[in-house]
Design a protein around this ligand. Structure first.
Ligand code: ACO
Length: 397
């Protein structure tokens, strides 16, 4: 429950608002995009339960819903899909720029740089023009997957391949990545994964997006700042670490000892815990089902047995503290089965979350006030400057 003082609209007198590390429980915006019930494990986008969208919608339809607030009509969806498909190609200058990136660099850094570079190529800024907003939304949704796939081929020493207009959004991404037309089930499951990752209220990267948006800068800077925030291991980067952790555990019988040691050493178990959820993340529930479908179709993954055993023992040790699997726990296993390289897991998350970031960008512009929180100063005061020759480590204290 938020402190009433922290929601006051006028400026609070210094020292009257309690400090909440990580802004836990502090409302920083009003939003009509996504609702989380962390005690019951329920998540909805614009009032529609996530489970319904995952079962019946497509990523682009869900994106339209998130950004414009309503499910599209057949004509609106056709137009939106067509526009996104028409803008998938990226300028040869962007590709050439990406060829200069170090091949050993992390794809999230490549994505952040290339997303920011779009601001150079599309420098007109008209954020009160609905056509500009529609165009920027389309361009970002269309080009981000192309840039992720391009970096993957470039770092292997190959030229990026062009998108295929006859393939839908997720199928085309897998095609650009692997240079093979994907299995329809694999493309469908990837599309569902994108729906699951599309939006999640005021998480760290979305907060970043909103703070950047509140300065009225361009949407490419908004997305680039959010990509940088998503990259960290406490946020989107956790799914990479989950697989490494499962591999380090090795076999199901070693899961319990691993967990005991992690708890004793106060190490975080990757893929567990969430600021909002005190039960299993509903996205993890759906992802686990998708993983099982993939294993049935394309063969088992022994790390899944390790994951299930870890979840089982963690329910006893961490469950009482409200720590359960989050979205990242099973997503890595799904992506691995889809043939996606491990360091592309977080860029894939970014491809999906662009939908949420853009929805929040648009919402922020609708009722903007620049973010400028306050701080509690803990430094020293009243110090006197000394000339360089008069300073020593001891004197500086
Ligand atoms: N493993 C073990 N203990 C944990 C875990 C975990 N994964 N997560 C939280 N805890 C414990 C902490 O040690 C702490 O215990 P204490 O009170 O005894 O000191 C308590 O739970 C609260 O933890 P915080 O880190 O303060 O919780 P916070 O809400 O700040 O952090 C976070 C949430 C970052 C997700 C955290 O649970 C974590 O680091 N998890 C592992 C990384 C991860 O999976 N990140 C992906 C999150 S989902 C996403 O961003 C897409």
């Amino acid at each position: 429950m938020a402190d009433p003082q922290s929601t006051a609209t006028g400026p609070a007198a210094p020292g009257t608002v309690p400090f909440r590390p990580g802004l836990e429980g502090v409302p920083a915006t009003q939003s009509a995009i996504c609702d989380i019930d962390g005690l019951r494990g329920c998540l909805s986008y614009r009032g529609y339960p996530l489970e319904d969208l995952a079962a019946h919608s497509s990523f682009l339809e869900t994106t339209y819903l998130l950004i414009w607030g309503e499910l599209p009509t057949p004509d609106q969806l056709r137009h939106f899909e067509h526009e996104v498909q028409m803008h998938r190609r990226v300028s040869f200058r962007v590709r050439d720029m990406m060829k200069c990136f170090p091949s050993g660099g992390h794809p999230m850094d490549a994505l952040q740089s290339s997303a920011a570079s779009l601001g150079l190529f599309y420098s007109r800024r008209a954020i009160d023009d609905p056509q500009y907003i529609y165009g920027a939304v389309v361009r970002l949704l269309a080009k981000i997957p192309t840039m992720v796939a391009a970096f993957q081929l470039i770092r292997k020493g190959q030229d990026p391949i062009q998108p295929r207009d006859d393939l839908a959004y997720s199928a085309n991404f897998l095609y650009m990545l692997t240079e093979r037309e994907p299995d329809p089930l694999a493309a469908h499951i990837l599309d569902v994964c994108l729906i699951l990752h599309a939006e999640h209220s005021l998480n760290a990267s979305t907060f970043s997006a909103r703070v950047t948006a509140s300065t009225l800068t361009d949407p490419y800077a908004v997305v680039a700042s959010a990509v940088g925030t998503l990259a960290g291991p406490l946020h989107g980067g956790a799914n990479e670490d989950v697989l490494s952790m499962l591999e380090a555990i090795g076999t199901p019988d070693r899961a319990e000892a691993f967990l005991d040691e992690a708890i004793a050493q106060k190490r975080k178990v990757m893929g567990f815990g969430h600021r909002e959820y005190k039960v299993k993340d509903p996205r993890a529930v759906i992802l686990q089902g998708l993983a099982e479908r993939l294993f049935d179709e394309f063969g088992a993954d022994e790390m899944y047995d390790v994951a299930r055993r870890l979840e089982e023992v963690a329910a006893v040790r961490l469950g009482p503290k409200g720590i359960y699997p989050n979205v990242d726990f099973y997503s890595g296993l799904v992506y691995r089965k889809l043939g996606i390289p491990r360091d592309l897991f977080t860029p894939l998350f970014a491809i999906a979350r662009v939908a949420g970031w853009l929805a929040h960008w648009r919402e922020q512009l609708g009722a903007n006030r620049i973010y400028r929180p306050t701080q509690i100063y803990t430094g020293r005061s009243g110090r006197h400057w000394r000339p360089l020759h008069d300073r020593s480590a001891a004197a500086a204290t």
